[in-house]
Design a protein around this ligand. Structure first.
Ligand SMILES: Cc1ncc(COP(=O)(O)O)c(C=O)c1O
Length: 357
């Protein structure tokens, strides 16, 4: 077996995004114990920064050990019990995964569809919610990575605030790239992943639960099906008690700490503006080359472009060539976190200009 020497890639796919040297350095610092007083202080700092990132005052805000999918599971296994009703917006791969996961929790799933590439009309979703006042949750994907569609949330949140239904939002691809306002929008459970706009390696899923969500969890009739993701127990470790639950992935928490420090050094608003501006440049360049978008105009995510090339049938050879000869990874074209730089847009557009037939 040879020593590990992964290639330097320009990661312009749907995630992971490029990770900066400060985050990588943080990961190579000494591992301490998961109950070390210094580490406990770091945990508090990470939670405080996550609250600022989610724009929430929610006490129960912490990183789940696991990738974005662990965040999704944690959101659903804790809020749903067998027999509950879950209304799920499912107009893409991740919306469908939410529906699948809710079904596995024993919920009766009501899916609300829209053509892929379109957001779910809030008014349509609200009409359906009126038919299911008993729904325990309503879950939608804020940034549907499979289509590049940007789901509006405010109207849905404003409606759900006055109901018993919890508003669950997948912000895996949105957090840190476009505005996410958990408290202002009335979101009760919001989860994300480190590997996209936060530019921290895959491995943690920041999550936040409102007081309404905690009350619903406390009122459960049955135990949470997953021991590992049971927030009733996890909050005793992440909260003041520091009761051992599982060994926290120390080096990943270091990485998230440094990644969050970088975000707040830049400023969250400035970072979101950068995503919008750099993406605009990419959009102009791709349109010049004849690319067209899958998502509907007006609902396109700046950080994730699902595009068709001008000639059909060239996607696979083009993708392979970009990886092999330019060390650029694309699937859909992502501009997330560290990757979202004008210089990277120029490199990609130049490579595309050379390689398009
Ligand atoms: C919207 C969305 N939700 C959930 C996930 C799952 O995250 P992970 O692959 O980190 O488990 C992804 C991953 O691409 C995603 O884009």
């Amino acid at each position: 077996m040879d020593e590990l020497h992964p290639k330097e890639r320009l990661l312009m796919g749907p995630g992971p995004s490029n990770v900066g040297s400060r985050v990588l350095r943080a990961m190579s610092t000494p591992v301490v114990g998961h109950l070390d007083p210094e580490f406990c202080r770091l945990m508090d700092d990470v939670c405080a920064m996550l609250r600022d990132l989610f724009k929430t005052a929610n006490r129960l805000t912490f990183p789940v050990s696991g990738t974005g999918s662990a965040g999704m599971e944690a959101a659903l296994v804790n809020t749903l019990e067998p027999g509950d009703t879950a209304v799920i917006g499912a107009s893409g791969v991740f919306g469908q995964r939410l529906a699948d996961t809710a079904g596995r929790c024993g919920a009766t799933v009501v899916t609300v569809d829209a053509p892929w590439g379109e957001p779910i009309e809030p008014a349509v979703l609200i009409e359906i919610l009126k038919k299911y006042p008993q729904a325990k949750i309503c879950a939608v994907v804020h940034a549907e990575t499979s289509t590049g569609a940007w789901q509006p949330l405010e109207e849905i949140g404003a409606y759900l605030k006055n109901t018993k239904t919890l508003f669950v939002v997948d912000a895996v691809t949105s957090l840190g790239g476009v505005p996410v306002e958990v408290d202002a929008w009335g979101v009760d459970v919001c989860y994300s992943g480190t590997q996209k706009c936060l530019s921290v390696p895959p491995g943690l899923a920041p999550i936040t639960f409102s007081g309404k969500a905690e009350e619903a969890i406390d009122a459960r009739r049955t135990k949470v099906q997953s021991w590992y993701l049971d927030v009733g127990m996890l909050r005793k470790y992440w909260g003041g008690e520091r009761l051992y639950h599982h060994t926290a992935p120390i080096s990943m928490i270091y990485a998230l700490y440094e990644g969050l420090r970088i975000i707040f050094e830049e400023g969250l608003e400035a970072r979101i503006k950068r995503h919008a501006e750099v993406s605009r440049e990419l959009g102009i360049g791709l349109a010049d080359l004849g690319f067209t978008w899958f998502a509907r105009q007006g609902y396109r995510l700046p950080q994730l472009n699902a595009v068709y090339p001008p000639q059909p049938g060239i996607v696979e050879p083009l993708r392979k060539k970009l990886l092999a000869e330019y060390s650029i990874e694309i699937w859909r074209i992502g501009l997330m976190g560290e990757t979202c730089r004008l210089a990277n847009v120029a490199v990609l557009l130049d490579a595309l200009r050379r390689e398009l037939p």
